[in-house]
Design a protein around this ligand. Structure first.
Ligand code: NAD
Length: 245
């Protein structure tokens, strides 16, 4: 589905991002992962190599525009074009507002929102030059209903939806599609570590009766990245088993 395409996946070292790397590699894309540290990027590269997949990796500071710009230039030198960008790196929060410092709020916005601006802005000129591309963002089901604590997280994901819908309209004339996937509770390290007594009521609240697997989300990214989604842009695709509140 992605033969000949070059894709960057931020937060590609574990969880949803890593599974998306696998789905893209199975479909013959060239994949470059961005992670936060050299050590985790190298570990993911080795893990993927053991599975038979060859990927490249970088660890630019996603809040440093100049650093991202020079990384993107290096990638273009090596691969000539960038066709797909998946802005997936993100952190969450769950503290009540009284326990949340303004620095905590800023930290979430810096990674979940500002980093999407920085990486997208660096890649878009090359997509325009190449007469097309796909930008995909990781939103969340909390971007629809909010959540009862950890206000920075839903705030950031509402912003992700705003970026998605607005860039979709701005970039449509350049044949660049922009969409987001809004996962529900998904079994990444964080969720897998929850005790059974927390998992059971969580599952009960999901109409499809199970927690999402990283592959459920990766498949949505794969579809939206492929030409099968050629007339879809500006959409926020919920992948949450109908757990919408
Ligand atoms: P995860 O913690 O397993 O992975 C997060 C990824 O982001 C890692 O690859 C990590 O290296 C990267 N990252 C973290 N801080 C970074 C930084 N400062 N700079 C660069 N990269 C950084 O989490 P996940 O569950 O796979 O989450 C991936 C995305 O999915 C996030 O945007 C998250 O908000 C979203 N999401 C997750 C769930 C869920 O239940 N797991 C639900 C909805 C949305």
């Amino acid at each position: 589905m992605l033969k000949g395409k070059v894709a960057i996946i931020t937060g590609g070292t574990r969880g949803i991002g890593l599974e998306t790397v696998r789905a893209f590699k199975e479909n013959n894309a060239e994949v470059i992962i961005f992670g936060s540290r050299e050590e985790t990027v190298n570990r993911a590269i080795m893990e993927l190599e053991d599975e038979g997949y060859k990927v490249s990796g970088y660890y630019p500071n996603l809040n440093n525009y100049a650093e991202i710009e020079s990384t993107i230039k290096n990638i273009i030198k090596k691969f000539n074009h960038i066709d797909i960008l998946v802005n997936n790196a993100g952190i969450s929060a769950n503290k009540k507002i009284e326990e949340t410092k303004s620095e905590d709020f800023a930290k979430i916005m810096n990674l979940n929102v500002n980093a999407i601006f920085n990486v997208s802005k660096s890649v878009i000129p090359y997509m325009k030059k190449n007469k097309g591309g796909v930008i995909l963002n990781t939103s969340s089901m909390v971007s629809i209903y909010g959540q009862p604590s950890g206000v920075g997280y839903p705030a950031s994901k509402f912003a992700v939806n705003g970026i998605t819908k607005s860039l979709a309209r701005e970039l449509a004339p350049f044949n660049i599609r922009v969409n987001a996937v809004a996962p529900g509770v998904t079994k990444t390290d964080m969720v897998a570590a929850l005790p059974e007594e927390q998992i059971a009521p969580l599952i009960q609240s999901i109409p499809l009766g199970r927690i999402g697997e990283p592959r459920d989300i990766a498949n949505a990214f794969l579809f939206l990245a492929s030409d099968m989604a050629s007339y879809i842009t500006g959409d926020i695709l919920s992948v949450d088993g109908a757990a919408r509140s």
